[in-house]
Design a protein around this ligand. Structure first.
Ligand code: UD1
Ligand code: CA
Length: 481
């Protein structure tokens, strides 16, 4: 196995993004662009992953540290070009007798499988060349490989110039390319595997004498070629994987491709996704078999969806655990919460802030549940707010019930015990406890604890005035006379 150290280039400004933020931390499906590149390369790494930062480096470092524990940062003071960027990381690999895999931070579509295959190919090349050297005394060295592909429109990419034997002679950047060179449609992906001692030698010889006045990393090819140290292309069949993201439209297109990969994976694992082009699922979401997801749904963060659950149209679920056999009806929003087996949620329900909705519970339309625990088989089917509440089993919450949890300064708790019956339009002014089997009368404002089995009703006496309408109309007539 070859020894590999990754160096990721992420110091550039990303001018074409037209953004206050550095390009490489822009999000794709909720994760910074660099997350994809680092994840793809990490399985190959011997130990650390080196990220070259520069432009707004504090922001980039902060984002990367959130998910990469073995990332080390090299600082490129001025963005003088990709060769200078690699040189800035020299301290990390100056004594390394292995291969540096260099990847531009803006190629989030690259996969681990392709990188692994490329590494295996390089290993074969190195072994073959060493054999030739030994057996035939041919003085030729492998400097490394470059991942290339063919595209219909190579505009903007470095073009691969090869000799008849397939060895790369040089890479010509768009702005420096001649008319003939511009016609070449084999492009440089910005992913290279280079023998570290040769890389060090070559970097020191590169000048910035070119159309952009930059130190081009691509020039290592020509420099080493002159010393009979050869680069071979590793041809990637699927050009999509090598697409660079230089502006926001390319970002949108990359997101679409990554989204399709995720959806396909879930579908092949036994999840039915209706109208997939409208469904959004982030990379860390876990979904079990026989889940059904309808159009317009978004599943975000560390969400887990259990077997046989059905999520109907336009639901948004983030960082939540949904158990087996749950039904979530259209337009419901669930955040940072847990829903247990066979619960029924929505339509138009909102569940948030560590809410725990128990087995067989029914949370209906226009019901908001915040930071509350609701035990088995309880129902709150219409127009209700349950905040900071602890609700027992088999409780019926009538339409329009509100836990008045906030006194303007502090939040207070409402406890409703098993089998209680809360009449419609009850205001429960917290802190308050409703006892087991207790009742509240409709329209009551409850300000005191209710003992078990009691009925609490708070209402002004009902007054019925006979013939009120007739009298009122008569009066009006009189007045108009
Ligand atoms: C580069 C390649 C080009 C290749 C293309 C693939 C060079 C000279 N050209 O062009 O051959 O086809 O990628 O996508 O390398 N960066 C730094 N420091 C710098 C400049 C850039 O860290 O001083 C980083 C950027 O953050 C970015 C990466 O290097 O992640 C590539 O830079 P970019 O300006 O996008 O290069 P391209 O013009 O796309
Ligand atoms: Ca680029």
């Amino acid at each position: 196995m070859l020894k590999i150290k990754p160096v990721i280039l992420a110091a550039g400004k990303g001018t074409r993004f037209k953004s206050k933020k550095p390009k490489v931390i822009h999000k794709i499906l909720g994760k910074p662009m660099l997350w994809y590149v680092i994840n793809a390369v990490s399985p190959l790494a011997l130990d650390d992953v080196i990220v070259v930062v520069g432009n707004q480096r504090e922001l980039v470092i902060e984002e990367v540290k959130k998910f990469c524990k073995n990332c080390k940062f090299a600082y490129q003071k001025e963005q003088l070009g990709t060769a200078d960027a690699v040189l800035s990381s020299y301290e990390y690999w100056k004594n390394f007798d292995g291969y540096i895999i260099i990847i531009n931070g803006d190629t989030p579509l690259i996969t681990s499988e392709t990188l692994k295959k490329a590494t295996e190919y390089l290993e074969k090349l190195v072994n073959y060349s060493q054999k030739r050297k030994k057996d035939l005394h041919i003085d030729e060295d492998i400097a490394g490989i470059i991942l290339t592909t063919k595209v219909d429109n190579p505009y903007g990419y470095g073009r691969i110039v090869k000799d008849k034997g397939g060895v790369i002679q040089k890479i010509v950047e768009e702005k420096d390319a001649s008319f003939e060179e511009k016609k070449i449609n084999e492009i440089n992906s910005g992913i290279y595997l280079v023998y570290a001692p040769y890389l060090a030698q070559a970097l020191k010889k590169i000048s910035n004498d070119n159309a952009q006045g930059e130190y081009y990393l691509t020039d290592i090819v020509e420099v080493l070629n002159q010393e009979d140290k050869k680069f071979y292309p590793y041809y990637v069949e699927n050009p999509q994987e090598l697409e660079g993201v230089n502006d926001r439209w390319q970002l949108s297109k990359a997101e679409k491709i990554l989204q399709e990969r995720i959806l396909k994976q879930h579908a092949l694992n036994g999840v039915s996704i209706h109208n997939p082009s409208t469904v959004y699922i982030e990379p860390d979401v876990k979904i079990e078999q026989d889940v059904e997801i309808f159009q317009g749904c978004s599943l975000k963060g560390n969400t887990v969806i259990g077997e046989d659950t059905v999520i109907h149209e336009n639901c948004v679920i983030s960082n939540s655990v949904i158990a087996n056999g749950v039904e979530i009806l259209p337009n419901s929003v669930i955040e940072d919460s847990t829903i247990e087996e066979k619960a029924q949620i929505g339509p138009f329900a909102r569940i948030r802030n560590n809410a725990k909705v128990g087995k067989n519970v029914s949370i209906g339309n226009f019901v908001e549940v915040k930071n509350s625990i609701i035990d088995e088989s309880t129902a709150a089917k219409h127009l209700t707010y349950l905040g900071d509440a602890e609700i027992g089993k088999n409780v019926n919450i009538g339409a329009g019930t509100i836990t008045c949890n906030y006194d303007g300064v502090n939040k207070h708790k409402t406890v409703i015990k098993d089998n209680a019956f809360i009449g419609s339009d009850t205001m429960l002014v917290a802190p308050i406890t409703v006892g087991e089997n207790a009742y509240t009368g409709s329209g009551s404002v409850i300000t005191k604890d209710i003992p078990d089995n009691a009925l609490a009703v708070e209402r002004a006496p009902l007054k019925i005035i006979p013939d009120y309408a007739k009298r009122k109309k008569g009066k009006k007539k009189d007045e108009s006379c």
